[in-house]
Design a protein around this ligand. Structure first.
Ligand code: MRU
Length: 382
């Protein structure tokens, strides 16, 4: 199998991310030197995808502390546990504000704060506290790959068994946005499930929406599937209904930015549309996401904060000038609306009610609703 794209490269304490705004035509890695760099890269979507942004934030935090430990003289805040708390809380709070919908980012910063409080309560030495925080920040990123592979297998096997109890045939799966190695620390969530089906010879084709206005589908998922040599078909966002009417689609698999306790799921804008049409066609709709995406503090989808992106982003298409001039790639942003257009609605995410979701797949297994229930109870699995 061809090797996957890498979103975050770490070598020693050097962190680099591939600038996803330039993909698929230009592959340029940029260095992340500080929590401010990480915040900016997340906010401007040079890196995106719920698990990937949590990983980058945590890694940039670890790197910040590692560099602080090597400074001569040692920064004053490292002398006491209270000094560490007073210094790192604002950094974690700041990282948390980069994007509001994906709960993974908040989970990561809360997890680091909790560890800090536990170590202070245990009266650990300042150096031991900082070492532990550095290790934990790295762990947030490192643990992502293994759990992605686990959930891909859970979800893939469940789908194979469900879809073909008697007549084995390969599966067609539609996905939305980009949930692959670019959106995570590797392998991906929903795209991981599709990759798994391909690896075990059970995938016919991956279908994916372009995912306007940011085109995570046509720019990123297309590139990932092409790199992995997985047979695929792109559709425009408006074509989901037509696809279901004319082709046998066995499942829709999507990622998630935040899953409420009852299973309502926030994911990339357009996910809800696909879920409504899938229900109409009786096609299983599967959410694939790590446990850290489930937010038990939020009872239902109404309470999930939805990020509104700048209006201008919905007026622009970003890409390379066509036709290409030899090997030269010229990047451009093209305006597709009259200038000065007012009244633009540009939410980055929508919420799919649990009622429309057939299964929620995490690294712990496949959760389904009890017979006759419209919602999930995710409390026991978290
Ligand atoms: O705005 P984005 O590109 O960060 O949105 C990404 C999504 O909605 C993904 O489906 C979600 O984060 C899961 S990524 C494994």
């Amino acid at each position: 199998m061809a090797s996957a794209l890498i979103s975050i490269r770490v070598e020693g304490d050097k962190i680099e991310i591939v600038d996803q705004l330039l993909l698929p035509h230009v592959t340029r890695y940029i260095e992340i030197n500080s929590p401010e760099d990480a915040h900016d890269a997340i906010k401007t979507m040079k890196i995106r995808g719920a698990p990937a942004i949590a990983s980058l934030a945590s890694l940039s935090f670890s790197r910040y502390l590692t560099r602080a430990l090597h400074q001569v003289p040692l920064p004053e805040f490292l002398a006491t546990a209270e000094g560490i708390r007073g210094h790192v809380y604002p950094i974690l709070d700041y990282l948390y504000t980069a994007r509001p919908t994906a709960v993974n980012l908040g989970n990561a910063t809360r997890r680091l704060k909790k560890l800090l409080e536990d170590l202070i309560a245990a009266k650990e030495e300042p150096k031991a506290i900082v070492d532990a925080l550095i290790a934990e920040g790295k762990l947030v990123s490192d643990e992502d790959l293994g759990r992605n592979k686990a959930m891909a297998k859970w979800g893939g096997d469940w789908l194979i068994n469900r879809a073909q109890p008697s007549s084995p045939k390969t599966l067609n799966v539609l996905t939305v946005c980009n949930t692959g190695s670019l959106a995570t620390s590797g392998y991906g969530t929903a795209l991981g499930l599709i990759t798994y089906l391909h690896e075990v010879g059970q995938l016919d084709k991956a279908y994916f929406t372009q995912t306007t206005p940011y085109h995570q589908g046509s720019r990123l998922t297309a590139l990932e599937l092409k790199t992995l040599q997985i047979p695929s078909v792109m559709i425009c966002d408006t074509m989901v209904g037509s696809l279901f009417q004319h082709f046998p689609i066995h499942a829709v698999a999507v990622g998630a930015d935040r899953i409420a306790r009852n299973g309502d799921t926030a994911n990339k804008i357009g996910t809800y549309n696909a879920a409504v049409i899938a229900a109409r066609h009786n096609i299983p709709f599967i959410v694939v996401a790590p446990i850290s995406t489930v937010d038990l503090d939020i009872e239902s989808g109404e309470k999930i904060p939805i990020e509104q992106r700048p209006a201008l982003e919905a007026c622009l298409v970003r890409g390379a000038i066509y036709p290409p001039q030899g090997d030269k790639v010229e990047q451009a942003q093209v305006m597709i609306t009259p200038t000065g257009l007012e009244g633009i609605y540009n939410p980055s995410f929508d919420v799919t009610p649990a009622e429309l979701i057939t299964a929620i797949v995490t690294e712990k297994g496949v959760a389904v609703k009890k017979d006759g229930e419209k919602t999930f109870d995710l409390t026991p699995i978290v």
